[in-house]
Design a protein around this ligand. Structure first.
Ligand SMILES: [Zn+2]
Length: 127
């Protein structure tokens, strides 16, 4: 009787599809953010914006910079998860090496830790 908590080959295929889809989305978003930043920089250089506009754009780009940062981080995690899929180490907890329950992977395909280790990590960020 197979352990129902462990992903089967077809689960892994579905998880790979999820990850690849997400990777495509994130790449598009990061590229769009880069283009936007470039356009803003060009507009500023060309002296298009007046002062009030510039202050607002500064705030906007700080905001989108944070979002871009999060997207880059997630993209990195998604790519790492795809790498683990390729190497056949996908789904093992980074900390305790126990398999991450399938339910958790389906919600968070790029998860690197089981819920227990993740909670411990977040509770004690330095340990
Ligand atoms: Zn763990």
């Amino acid at each position: 009787m197979p352990n129902m908590d462990l992903p089967t080959q077809s689960h892994l295929k579905a998880l790979r599809d999820l990850l690849e889809y997400r990777r495509g989305e994130l790449r598009a978003e990061v590229q769009a953010a880069e283009r936007e930043r470039q356009a803003l920089a060009e507009a500023a250089e060309a002296g298009v914006a007046d002062r009030k506009d510039e202050a607002m754009k500064g705030q906007l780009s700080a905001l989108s910079g944070q979002q871009e940062e999060r997207e880059r981080e997630e993209l990195h995690q998604v790519e790492a998860a795809l790498g683990r899929l390729d190497r056949g180490t996908y789904g093992d907890c980074e900390d305790c090496a126990e398999p991450i329950p399938l339910k958790r992977l389906l919600v968070q395909p790029a998860a690197t830790r089981c819920a227990g280790c993740q909670t411990r990590l977040e509770g004690h960020p330095r340990s």
